[in-house]
Design a protein around this ligand. Structure first.
Ligand code: ATP
Ligand code: MG
Length: 366
């Protein structure tokens, strides 16, 4: 039996509370699942550490993340902790970690669970699609390189490469193969989201997407402009299965997706490469509510479920894959039950209450 080595980065603000809650749940999952074993090692990184030591992400922590089977990160950064040039520490740290792990595809499921406070009056046949964001280039390639700031003009540079675009597109099609298709009719489909009518870089993104699509004749493909997609995500989200896009567009549309299905407290994410993967909630450190035991830990717990799913797939380990399903199902049952939920989703329970409710749901038969 393999013991999965998990590097845990609790981070700042509500990060440690959400990570503690996740560890309560993972402990129970492990004790309830014969053949499932992980060793979770916690590491300090982020804004508080920077405040104390002048370092955000120590080299040994990067090395531990590279050595681990997977990385689980809660939330990093605090608005008042900044580098001497005034910039927040979080983007630099995250870009550094992403580049070290070479995690090229960010995956954010947008799934409406029964009982979650979605915002649409009518959810049609349901909402269950995935936003895939190219995670290493696009407009974010400008960070630490391609930006120029003058007195009158500032520019950033968008970088789209054939290699980066085909990696993320290929990832999208492979994910579509594993999914059950769009809610409206079960059709498996990958949609390229771009602005190919205006930007040369985006036309190139679409061209590479179309090339890759030819290798997947079993999956439908199409392309939609990003402005239209923002409309469709709200008007007919059930017509989409997997969306793939450039970094900055993915940053924006994945928050729109989180809003659609109940807010940041319910949005997990994974950042995946060929050899490494990093899982974290899509929310930030929410400093206003930190330390009060009221943060919603579900996004971090669902991120841990994505991590188990990825480990199970990568290591061809059905025990781990089944545990991922069981964990997600336990979260879904607590949400559907409605009694134990945190204030962000209109409840009065604490972070710890939610963790124990999910742990108990794992143990209780469905
Ligand atoms: P970042 O820049 O790190 O993305 P942000 O400014 O987008 O951070 P978040 O920290 O994600 O902001 O939070 C925005 C607001 O959403 C918070 O003030 C908080 O009210 C709410 N929020 C976010 N995450 C949670 C959570 N897990 N539980 C409860 N409320 C949350
Ligand atoms: Mg944010």
């Amino acid at each position: 039996m393999k013991t999965y080595q998990i590097a845990a980065l609790p981070g700042d603000g509500i990060g440690p509370e959400c990570m503690d809650a996740t560890c309560i749940v993972l402990d129970r999952l492990q004790s309830e699942t014969p053949g499932l074993q992980f060793a979770i090692t916690s590491h300090r990184a982020g804004a508080e550490l920077y405040r104390e030591s002048g370092v955000t992400l120590p080299d040994p922590v990067v090395a531990a993340c590279v050595d681990a089977d997977a990385v689980l990160l809660s939330a990093i950064g605090l608005p008042d902790v900044r580098f001497p040039d005034g910039t927040e520490v979080q983007p630099t740290m995250m870009v550094g970690l992403r580049r070290a792990l070479d995690v090229h595809s960010a995956v954010r499921p947008v799934k409406l669970y029964p009982g979650a406070p979605g915002v649409l009056k009518d959810n049609g046949p349901g909402i269950d699609f995935v936003v895939i964001r190219e995670n290493l280039e696009g407009l974010f390639a400008s960070f630490g390189g391609g930006a120029k700031v003058g007195r009158e003009v500032a520019t950033d540079t968008m970088v789209i490469t054939r290699g980066g675009t085909s990696r993320v597109t290929d990832f999208a099609f492979r994910l579509a193969q594993r999914r059950s298709g769009r809610p409206s009719d079960g059709k498996k489909m990958v949609t390229c989201v771009d602005k190919a009518n205006v930007f040369r870089s985006m036309a190139f993104f679409r061209e590479v997407f179309m090339d890759v699509a030819e290798s997947y004749p079993d999956i439908a493909s199409d392309a939609v402009y990003v402005d239209a997609m923002s409309l469709y995500m709200v008007q007919n989200p059930w017509d989409f299965d997997v969306l793939v896009m450039e970094n900055q567009f993915g940053d924006i549309l994945s928050d729109l997706g989180a809003g659609l299905v109940g807010g940041l407290g319910l949005g997990p994410s994974g950042e995946i490469g060929e050899d490494h993967a990093l899982f974290q909630p899509s929310h930030g450190t929410a400093p206003q509510i930190a330390g009060k035991n009221v943060a919603n830990p579900m996004a971090t717990i669902l991120s841990a479920a994505m991590m188990l799913d990825w480990l199970g797939d990568r290591h061809q380990d059905p025990v781990c894959s089944d545990a991922a399903v069981r964990l997600e199902d336990a979260v879904a049952r607590v949400l559907a039950n409605g009694h134990i939920r945190t204030p962000d989703i209109r409840g009065t329970a604490s972070t710890t209450d939610v963790a124990h409710a999910i742990a108990d749901a794992i143990a209780a038969p469905a």
